[in-house]
Design a protein around this ligand. Sequence first.
Ligand SMILES: [Zn+2]
Length: 251
Amino acid sequence: MDQKISQLQQYIAEANQITFFGGAGVSTESGLPDYRSSTGRYKELERKGIDPKVLMSKRFMLNHPEIFFRRPDKESAPKKPEPNAAHYYLAKLEEARKDIRIVTQNVDGLHQRAGSRFVLELHGSDHYWYCMDCERKYQRAELTRDEEGIPRCPIDRGIIRPAVILFGENPDPSVIQKSKDTIAQSDLLIIAGTSLSVYPAKNLTHYFKGKHVVVINEEAIPTPKLTIDLFIQAPVGQTLSRLPNPLDTFI
Ligand SMILES: [Zn+2]
C-alpha cells in the first residue's frame, strides 16, 4: 500500500494537468449515502416500494411536486454534510498551483465548499435551485415553501427546483464538452469513487490520451478501453489523506 501511495505521489508530482474524475464514493466519507450500493439511496427507496427512476424524474416532479419536494431519498442523509479529506486534498493541490480539474457526478457542491475552483458537475447541482418560471436562482437555505411543502418563487409563485439533472433530462452539453476537453488534455487521470456504470461517465473517460490512469475505489471497476497503471482499493478520502500535504510539497 505504501508503495502505491508513493507511486500516486510521483504521478501527481510529474503531471502538468490532472483530471480527477469522481463519483458518489468521494462523498460517502462525508456521510452522504451513495446511490447504487446495498446501503445506497436507490436501495432505500426500493425498500419503501418507490422506483427511484420514477421519483427522480422530471415528469414526477411536475405531476407530484408535493411528494417530490419531500425528497424521501434524502431522509437519512445528514442535514449539512461537510467536505472530507478527499475534497480538502484536491483543494490544497489547486492552492499549491497544480492544474487539477475536477469532473464530478456528484451534485453536493462539496468540492466548491472545500475551495476547488475548477469543478464540472455532470449531473448538475443540488446547491443552487432556480424558479421554473422566471429562472431566478436561489440558495437552498433561502427557499420558502408553500403549505404543501413545495418551494415557491416569492416573485411569481413559480416552483423552485434543484439544478440537478433528473431522469428524463439530458446533461448540459457544454459541461459534457468541457469535460471531454479537460480529460483529453490531461496527462494524469484519477478515477475515484465511481463504478463508471452510468452515462455519461462511462464514455467520457475514453477521451483520455495522457500518460497514467489511477483508480481509487473500494471495488474493481470495468474499464475495457483504458489501461490502469495503478489501482488502489480503498476509500478515497483515506487514500488522499495519506499523501503529503501539497502545500508543503509543491510550493
Ligand atoms: Zn420566479
